[in-house]
Ligand binder design. Structure first.
Ligand code: NDP
Ligand code: 8X3
Length: 246
């Protein structure tokens, strides 16, 4: 089903998005990959088999997002992956610039991309939006109020989107991972790689390829099958705060 389909992945310069782009390309899809780091997009485009378009924009910039997405045909599959956590403090010590970055990227960016691309899917009578949520969209944890709020928002948006699109032929899914070792924690801790490494110390975290495999599986179901939600954690993780470390 994915051969010659057009898949657009936001946030493909690293981690889960990068692995999704590779996995979809290996499944025979034509890719549009996006992110802010043009050099990384170009490197990935060189690595991928098949046809690849790169679009460099910041999903927080609504006009730039709309203008960039106007350059490509409506995709068969949209993977809304671009996102981040910024900071890890109790709310009373939180940095408002971090809060804005998370809300503007994880919630408003996802909305802008979806709003721009959905009319084309609806007009064609088929399409698939796969949002990358999180276990942080199912439970809250200390020092994560705003990140958890953004991922709860992604869960709510996904559910409403599925209702709004009922009867259009457009499928809506969410894939919600627990701990995946990517650049996520380095970004969360503002570049402190040692602190980031400690998040995954003594356990076997998920890899971005684990998530990509599932995202491709979700996309590759027959058209009458809509996988609503997949939650994936490492075997060493039972909840946001219950993690087994050796
Ligand atoms: P990475 O930091 O490795 O990748 C994040 C990607 O998002 C990068 O490609 C980055 O590209 C892109 N991105 C971030 N901000 C923007 C922006 N303003 N505009 C455009 N692109 C942006 O982290 P992950 O791969 O782990 O994260 C991907 C998604 O998975 C996020 O939504 C995250 O919340 C979610 N997730 C991650 C988990 C984990 O444990 N790692 C678990 C559950 C969910 P660039 O910097 O080039 O713009
Ligand atoms: C990322 C996983 O546990 O840091 O969504 O919230 S966690």
């Amino acid at each position: 089903m994915l051969v010659d389909s057009h898949v657009l992945v936001t946030g493909a310069t690293s981690g889960i998005g990068r692995s999704c782009a590779i996995a979809f390309a290996e499944a025979g899809a034509r890719l549009t990959i996006t992110g802010r780091r043009a050099d990384r997009l170009a490197e990935l485009a060189d690595e991928l088999p098949g046809e690849v378009t790169t679009l460099t924009f910041d999903v927080r910039d609504r006009d730039a997002t709309r203008a960039a997405l106007a350059e490509v045909p409506s995709p068969d599959v949209l993977v809304n992956n671009a996102g981040l956590a910024a900071g890890f403090e109790p709310i009373q010590d939180g940095d408002e610039a971090d809060w804005d970055a998370m809300l503007d990227t994880n919630v408003k960016g996802l909305l802008t991309v979806s709003r721009t691309l959905l009319p084309g899917m609806i007009a064609r009578g088929n399409g698939h939006v796969i949002n990358i949520g999180s276990t942080a969209g199912h439970e809250a944890y200390p020092n994560g109020a705003v990140y958890c709020a953004t991922k709860h928002a992604v869960g709510a948006i996904t559910k409403s989107m599925r209702m709004d699109l009922l009867g259009t032929g457009v499928r809506v899914s969410t894939v919600d991972p627990g701990l995946v070792e990517t650049e996520f924690s380095v970004v969360r801790f503002h570049g402190d790689a040692d602190r980031a490494a400690r998040v995954y110390e003594g356990l076997d975290p998920l890899t971005p390829d684990d998530i990509a495999e599932t995202v491709v599986w979700v996309a590759d179901r027959p058209r009458h099958v809509q996988v609503a939600e997949v939650i994936i954690t490492p075997t060493d993780q039972a909840s946001a705060t219950m993690v087994h470390r050796r």
